[in-house]
Design a protein around this ligand. Structure first.
Ligand code: G6P
Ligand code: MG
Length: 211
């Protein structure tokens, strides 16, 4: 008890990580650069602007500001064309049950995401009302791996940061949770998420664990 639970969105609550990958891959194609799944791991959890900067860096390209803005806007529009099709079927396995478990135990629940599209996505899949606190890319300035998003969520939840549990699918997010002094729980590949305190394949494997 007295713990706070902070969820990343993309790749933790909903299966949108693959849409981000498809959209960034198309941007990379335009820059004649091949975005591999391995490099894509470095983009997970990273803000839109920082992601494009990384891709340009890997491609060894520098472009004018207006072109940068055009590519970022185009990526988001393509990404949103996938988001438009989303329903509750895009919620990842075990999430609904786990949030129910938290509610049944009076545990406060927050979203801690870098995405500016977070509220829209939560509404699309019918989970918006489940969150006591939403901190997203519209309300923070420093992107993961900076811990700001999780620290603000803890403060808004009124829970001590060392009593916060963070669920993350990205290297950058686990790093952010660890440097916030929080309990980091990775969802996905243990090799990618090696710095997490705990790693599970998905929420069906966490079951009734409140950490
Ligand atoms: C999440 C995703 C990233 C994405 C970022 C910004 O952290 O994991 O892939 O770049 O949000 O999302 P946005 O929807 O604002 O472009
Ligand atoms: Mg994520």
């Amino acid at each position: 008890k007295n713990k706070g639970y902070i969820f990343d969105l993309d790749g933790v609550i909903v299966d949108t990580a693959r849409f981000h990958f498809l959209a960034w891959k198309r941007t990379a194609d335009e820059l004649a650069f091949e975005l591999t799944p391995e490099l894509n791991e470095k983009l997970k959890g990273v803000s839109r602007v920082d992601s494009l900067n990384k891709i340009l860096n890997w491609a060894g390209k520098s472009i004018p500001q207006d072109e940068f803005e055009r590519l970022a806007k185009e990526k988001n529009e393509y990404y949103l064309s996938f988001v438009e099709q989303m329903t509750s079927a895009d919620i990842l396995p075990g999430i609904v049950e786990y949030i129910e478990l938290l509610k049944a135990n009076d545990c406060p629940v927050a979203l801690g995401s870098a995405s500016k599209n977070a509220p829209e996505i939560l509404k699309k899949v019918g989970l918006f009302k489940e969150f006591d606190v939403i901190v997203d890319g519209n309300s923070v300035t420093k992107a993961k791996p900076d811990p700001e998003v999780f620290l603000v969520a803890a403060e808004e939840l009124g829970v001590k940061k060392t009593n916060c549990v963070v669920f993350e699918d990205s290297e950058a997010g686990i790093e952010a949770a660890n440097s916030a002094g929080m309990i980091s729980v990775g969802l996905g590949d243990p090799e990618v998420l090696k710095d997490a305190k705990y790693v599970f394949a998905d929420f069906t494997k966490i079951q009734d664990n409140l950490f």
